[in-house]
Design a protein around this ligand. Structure first.
Ligand code: NAP
Ligand code: G4F
Length: 364
């Protein structure tokens, strides 16, 4: 290890963002340490390509068993690693699931953030270690009256979380800001709007849709059941968003930033774009629980599907007790970071559908 090599510690390294961030930091010459949870079956699929490399050439990647609910473990890992930068990405990140396990989410997503900050303070690393906290657009709760005059959520928009996940993350946001102000720690919130990729968890709506698109196109699934088709999200690509995380920690002054595309799209339209990517044109009809989508054209030479077949239906079991209806972020401040996303929504959908088609064809 050279004396100037930076050391990063990433919680949530086995997740979507953790895996892209690990790749980015390794490319930049960092020594990367990740925290992974013990599981009864393998949970490292997203980083196996990096981990396997380690046995050949990559000595810069180390995994530590750990959990954000365990303070002593967090303190010990940070003491061993002595990181220059900590990226706290670990979380129970599913909004709907947070209604089923609200106390656990408060512990991991809320108090887990405090555990990281306290560990840095206890170990007297305040001057050395910079901290990135994975905050979220869920903090805004989608209240129309809280958008700015231009119709976006920005760094000054009021928060109104609408789920146990959002409420836990609001604690993470404020405790990060408080430790920055109280102890002069370089600790920042990235208020990231939704970001997706072929590595997105399979129960988030975009991946559920692209996987079903591929499965229906290849005749492996009859119908896709979804919840609220009327909500709108500001979707970017995770690969772009981890670049923004890194940039947030490279500034002279620690600040919080919104990371977004500034474009919002209905869930229904994501479904339409996803199927169109596989050469299948859909028409939606009906409302609420009775809304369906049927095939009106199929232009892919590899498969022919029955015109008129209903392939999307609504199942109210996917509705949430309180919904965030609309998210759209103002990326103006992020321009100060020199950050520009490389993907638009069309590019994101194209990559996700191509990847899911390829996975299913490989397994055929
Ligand atoms: P993800 O794919 O669900 O990954 C979450 C990671 O956290 C996984 O590595 C998971 O480990 C780990 N984790 C869960 N519980 C933990 C615990 N108790 N202790 C330690 N680690 C734990 O989420 P993501 O999409 O990459 O998101 C990364 C972070 O950004 C999360 O904090 C999320 O809330 C936040 N965020 C995401 C978005 C988005 O659109 N993706 C937007 C805003 C903010 P396992 O693999 O073992 O489950
Ligand atoms: O894909 P989702 O589950 O993502 P959600 O709730 O926006 O949360 C994601 O983004 C947040 C940032 O804003 C992150 F903080 C969070 O960790 C996570 O990554 O749902 C998106 C929308 C919702 O309105 C939901 O009601 O899609 C709607 N939806 C409709 N049918 C569905 C479904 N969501 C899921 N997961 N599954 C459905 O069948």
């Amino acid at each position: 290890m050279s004396t100037t090599q930076k050391v990063a510690l990433v919680t949530g390294i086995t997740g979507q963002d953790g895996s892209y961030l690990a790749e980015l930091l390794l490319e930049k010459g960092y020594q990367v340490h990740g925290v992974k949870r013990r599981a009864s079956s393998f949970n490292t699929q997203r980083i196996d390509h990096i981990y396997q490399d380690q046995h050949e050439t990559n000595v810069n990647f180390t995994l530590h068993y750990g959990d954000l609910t365990d303070s002593t473990n967090i303190i010990r890992i940070i003491q061993e690693v002595q990181p220059d930068e900590i990226y706290n990405l670990g979380a129970m990140s599913h909004v709907k699931v947070s209604f089923d396990s609200p106390e656990y989410v408060a512990n991991v997503d809320g108090i887990g953030t405090l555990r990281i900050l306290e560990a840095v303070r206890i170990l007297k690393l305040e001057k050395k270690t910079r901290i990135y906290q994975a905050s979220t657009s869920e903090l805004y709760g989608g209240l129309a009256e809280n958008k700015n005059a231009a119709g976006f959520y920005d760094e000054n928009s009021p928060f109104y979380p609408r789920s146990p996940y959002g409420v836990a993350k609001i604690y993470g946001f404020w405790i990060t800001k408080n430790y920055r102000e109280a102890y002069n720690i370089y600790a920042c919130n990235g208020i990231l709007f939704n970001h997706e990729s072929p590595r997105r968890g399979e129960t988030f709506v975009t991946r559920k849709i692209t996987m079903a698109t591929a499965a229906i196109a290849l005749g492996k699934q009859d119908c896709l059941y979804l919840g609220n088709l009327n909500s709108q999200r500001d979707w970017g690509h995770a690969k772009d968003y981890v670049e923004a995380m890194w940039r947030i920690l490279q500034q002279d002054v620690a600040e919080d930033y919104v990371i977004a595309t500034g474009v919002t799209t209905y869930i229904r339209d994501f479904v339409r774009f996803s199927f169109a990517e596989a050469g299948i044109e859909l028409a939606f009809e009906g409302e609420n629980e009775n809304e369906t989508a049927k095939i009106v054209a199929c232009n892919n030479p590899e498969y022919q599907l029955e015109i008129g077949k209903v392939v999307v239906r609504v199942d109210p079991q996917y509705y949430r007790p309180t919904e965030v209806d609309l998210l759209i972020g103002d990326p103006s401040k992020s321009k100060k970071l020199g950050w520009e996303p490389q993907y638009d929504l069309a590019g994101l959908v194209k990559e996700m559908v191509a990847s899911d088609l390829e996975i299913l064809k490989r397994n055929r």
